[in-house]
Design a protein around this ligand. Sequence first.
Ligand code: GCW
Length: 693
Amino acid sequence: MSAADRTERPAWHPAWLPEAAFGPLGARRVLVAPGPDAGPVGRTVVDELRAATAQHGGTLTVLDPPAAPSPADVRAHDLVLVVGPADAPAGPEAFDHRREDGTTVVVAGGPAGLLYGMHAVVRDGERAFGADHGPRHHRPVAPVRMLDHWDNVDVHPVMGQVERGYAGGSLFYADGRVRDDLTRVGAYARLLGSIGVNAVALNNVNVHATEARLLTDGLGDVARLAAAFRPHGVRAYLSVSFASPMTLGGLPTADPLDADVQRWWAQAADRVWAAVPDFGGFLVKADSEGQPGPFAYGRDHADGANLLARAVAPHGGTVFWRAFVYDHHQDWRDRRTDRARAAHDHFTPLDGRFDANVVLQVKHGPLDFQTREPVSPVLASMPRTRVAVELQVTQEYTGQQQHVCYLGPWWSEILRFGLAEDGTRTVAQIVSGLPGSPASGPPDADPLPAAGVVAVSNVGDDVFWTGHPLAQANLYAFGRLAWDPDADPVALLDEWVDLTFPGADPRVRATLHALMDDSWRTYEAYTAPLGVGFMVDPLRGHYGPNVDGYEYSRWGTYHFADRDGIGVDRTRATGTGFTGQYPAPWRDLYEDVATCPDELLLFFHHVPWEHRLHSGTTVVQHVYDSRADAVDVVERLRQHWADAADVFPADWHARVGERLDEQLRSAVEWRDQVRTYVYRKSGVPDAQGRPIY
Ligand code: GCW
């Protein structure tokens, strides 16, 4: 490689914002009126438009000082973006998109809406300027759309720098401190702003010693990170340790009812907001997997959360308090304790006691980000608490960014799941404070307070951001679904493909659909069957199969396979009673083996190996068939990819190709271990006579 080649190569991939994606917009006569309060986000929009029009031969007029464009101004341009005339949509993030006498007009409620409106035009490409582009009103469903980073400042001896990170080191930290050069953080923030993400937590929820100090002596650096996100409409949050008054403040206790502890947190918050006036708030993992919390003082989680909430309230801050609280020293011999029950058991008695600026952040499933779980009943059980749902974009249990696993369809199922009010109120509505079906409640009921959609980020300092280049689509889909949970996840892939590969050969789109549309279900089909979860290898950081890896451990994640059957009895009739935590109709539907969906059968029931599924086959034969078929699918996809080498950039094609090789190797390992395990336990042969080892 020559020196020239090296310098021309960008340090990171543009992901879904390559310059060419701005072509249709940038070639036009654009007018922008960012309004009197444009601020840093309004300036970003102007800068983006200036760069795009300069690059692609268009023109830019900036109406400044603020004035509403006249009808003549509108007619003289192809695209007009404006903040806040009288007919502006409600809310600073909302925008309307319409055609007026041959001009495309975006009217935004505020600078953030202007940014989102501009990116909607970029996404629509030429279509944004078509006469048939009907008027559309856009506003986010969830007010907070947040990415949590499990980044450590230091490299942790077991977890590495980014806990459950599969894309290299942290974007934020290097050499034990915040990076001096935050250019790439700015590029990341730009990607997030373009998909509507508006909040980011800067450090791991497991707060180790160095990271705890971000709250105190690290504030100058936190302010620099916040400044990198601010121009893109993204607010910064910190994960904090509940023990901070002791570890950082030298107090003898962290008891939430102690006056010195309360004063310490109030002063800590004052310092944070003095350094970062638009700071978002705190994220807390307490009494969970060894993190300190209020239980040590005989207090409950409302006491703990409200302690922090009162410290941040004068500044308009919010506390995201995680509901991931369970006994991680369980005795596997004790069949009555059920980890799935834990969050509901701990938190529902506290409903109504959390301050208004506390958001309870609930993992989407009752266990832990498995490939398939039912939706957590906690989301439906706290009507007087603001709840947010937490997804995992980083692929801890979904192939670790070695396997293709497009998670849009899974998140779409979760967000659109009718959990409450007889199945009429979806998860997205619950976390957005929106009522369900008008028929389901009193028509004049006040909307519940809103919270949001949160996810653990999947990026690192890898050149492709996400290790597996196709995992970029997961980040993209997260932002878009958090904004609009009704978006079709497969259509979102089209958006992502068109932006990432503008003007590409149609085979690009076809190949990526072939690889990605069903990839989550394919992954499910060669890993733990029928909702039973885990079976991952504890010694390889949860990568690859180890069917009994967690079976006799303290973590509470068992499948209970023996010679007679498999699965966890979580019924009220004979099991742990977990089904009773659900509202109707789910409590009865899951309780009854006859109505429980196949894909969740082993999550809710312990059944004989030859139990017949709704699909018509038996559990054991389903395991044999689906694992074998799924490997065949991966083999075909790998071939498909190899055949498409000519239509993808070489580096992209090579990286995905390497990962597909590994996916195939790993899928074969899963197939053979799970099939063989099931045969050895059950003694039931594969009706197809395929190899068992
Ligand atoms: O899934 C588990 C992960 C832990 C993680 C924890 C959590 C940050 O294995 O690495 O810790 O969940 O969500 O707190």
